[in-house]
Design a protein around this ligand. Structure first.
Ligand code: HEC
Length: 167
């Protein structure tokens, strides 16, 4: 009985210590390291999100500019999807997500302002993407495709490690 009480008291003390420690370190708490599993999951989430954008942008629109796909309502949907997915890119670069298996170079995860700036540039570049694609005019689509792709490559050129050449 006595022992049980003592244990409870101890738990209370430990708890109170933990609260004050976390209050004292509130600023630092935000940057507390995620587990390796969480870091890997953040990388997978980024890789999947990028691939989803890529399917819409490079395939859905890019292939139309290359004549590999005919222009259709799907092209417009791909443009709408691309524009819808861009803002979410700001959340894809949490601290620790530059795991070795990722193609993200070091530096970006510690610089949320830089991420925001690069994503803003992509978003601005895509302001007329849907309207331009809707025209069905191949030259217009090719022009806006290049404008947006250039903005994507600003980040890729500086922060993405090269992939091995496709076999
Ligand atoms: C803020 C930086 C950033 C921006 C902006 C960005 N990407 Fe990426 N992208 C990356 C990184 C980093 C990777 C590598 C992912 C990894 O391995 O962690 C990547 C990977 C990819 C991939 C998968 C690999 C490949 O090349 O097949 C595609 C597709 C892709 N991005 C498409 C795009 C498109 C399309 C845009 C513009 C609409 C874009 N990205 C904008 C950083 C960015």
């Amino acid at each position: 009985m006595r022992l049980a009480l003592k244990e409870n008291d101890m738990r209370y003390v430990v708890c109170a210590l933990a609260v004050s420690a976390s209050l004292a370190g509130l600023g630092a708490a935000v940057a507390i390291a995620a587990t390796p599993k969480e870091n890997h999951a953040a990388y997978v989430r980024r890789d999947n999100a990028m691939k989803e954008i890529g399917r819409n942008f490079y395939v859905g629109i890019g292939w139309v500019t290359q004549g590999k796909l005919p222009f259709s309502q799907d092209t417009v949907t791909a443009a709408e999807n691309t524009v819808r997915l861009i803002p979410g890119m700001v959340s894809l670069f949490p601290v620790g997500s530059d795991v070795p298996e990722s193609h993200l170079k070091a530096g970006l995860t510690n610089d949320p302002e830089k991420v925001k700036d690069l994503v803003d540039k992509v978003q601005k570049s895509a302001a007329t993407l849907v309207d331009d694609v809707k025209t069905g005019d191949k030259e217009k689509i090719a022009a806006i495709f290049k404008t947006v792709d250039d903005a994507c490559q600003l980040c890729h050129n500086d922060y993405r490690k090269p992939y091995p050449p496709a076999k």
